[in-house]
Design a protein around this ligand. Structure first.
Ligand SMILES: Nc1ncnc2c1ncn2[C@@H]1O[C@H](COP(=O)(O)OP(=O)(O)OP(=O)(O)O)[C@@H](O)[C@H]1O
Ligand SMILES: [Mg+2]
Length: 298
């Protein structure tokens, strides 16, 4: 399951981008009870029982598919850092549901995965990109999470600057005002529409199209270094935004044959990752037929 970056500047709670950084799961039916093994991100921190997020999503998926697998061993290899704005919770939820499809021996119904994952996650932007890959626009219709996928322009690259510190999504959201000026709402609507064109065919417009007036600056009190880095990168002509609820910073650019943008090194205590766009969303590699389910993405 891929990491994902949501919002992308103006598309608050709507846009998502799937990134080529993956968590992997293996589910082996049998054993006694539920046993969870975790390596990588979250090891030693996340619960190892029924309350583990992947287990909860797997159970929800199995229930929805009418399949019973009471006992299993779940092995998680996690590369998506937790609590940084790179969609680790969505990867876990979408992966757990996809594993249920694998165990049931049923081909993935990605629309259903978006809807069910949205119920568990509470918002559809990250789960949409994790389920569909590429660039997604998500919305909620009568309580049901839905999404469409668009193909990013060739050579689109995402660079993420990931700090050591974590910021709870709840805390970052709590800072947002209930009411915004009409002019700011109008500016964001226009930029969001423009971003669809910029990401899919006109990357030269990315700088303008990633401008936001609704949420990023409000998060400054809990992530001052993130906003400082966004301002610095934008000041040097790079399309930088807060990734999801932060504190990671995402820079979008397109590698063309002629011009390869030079990106600055990560500040002290931060890690920089240059990532391709994940094209396809969650993948199941083997299924119930050979006795195990291993959702991951190629
Ligand atoms: N692979 C996983 N296995 C189990 N629990 C997980 C996993 N990934 C995330 N979680 C749970 O979700 C929490 C992180 O979720 P949170 O939504 O705050 O951050 P995020 O998903 O990494 O970033 P964002 O939602 O801003 O993109 C973790 O602390 C952990 O409890
Ligand atoms: Mg999350």
């Amino acid at each position: 399951m891929p990491a994902t970056s949501a919002n992308l500047g103006p598309g608050f709670d709507a846009f998502g981008l799937a990134l080529a950084l993956y968590d992997e799961l293996t589910v082996l039916p049998g054993g006694s009870g539920v046993s969870v093994e975790v390596s990588g991100a979250g090891a030693g921190e996340v619960a190892l029982d029924e309350s583990h997020l992947v287990v909860r999503a797997l159970r929800a998926g199995l229930d929805a598919l009418g399949v019973s697998v009471p006992e299993f061993v779940l092995k998680c290899t996690n590369r998506v850092p937790h609590g940084r704005g790179l969609g680790s919770s969505s990867a876990a939820i979408v992966g757990g549901i996809a594993a249920a499809y694998g165990l049931a021996g049923v081909a993935l119904d990605r629309e259903h995965i978006v809807a069910l994952a949205n119920e568990l996650e509470g918002h559809p932007d990250n789960v949409a990109a994790a389920a569909l890959g590429g660039f997604t626009t998500a919305w909620v219709d009568g309580g049901v999470g839905r999404a469409v996928r668009a193909e990013p322009v060739e050579g689109l690259r995402a660079t993420v600057y990931v700090p050591e510190v974590r910021v709870l999504t709840k805390q970052a959201r709590g800072l947002l005002p209930d009411v915004v000026p009409h002019a700011d709402a109008a500016a964001n609507a226009g930029r969001a529409a423009l971003l669809v064109t910029a990401i899919t065919s006109r990357p030269g417009l990315l700088m303008t199209a990633t401008e936001d007036r609704l949420h990023q600056e409000h998060r400054e009190p809990v992530m001052p270094e993130t906003l400082a880095l966004v301002h610095k990168l934008r000041g040097s002509g790079l399309a930088a935004v807060v990734s999801g609820a932060g504190p990671t910073v995402l820079v979008l650019d397109a590698l063309s044959g002629k011009k390869i943008p030079v990106l600055p090194a990560a500040p002290d205590g931060w890690t920089r990752l240059d990532l391709a766009i994940d094209p396809a969303g969650v993948q199941v590699w083997s299924t119930a037929l050979d006795g195990e389910s291993s959702p991951r993405a190629e």
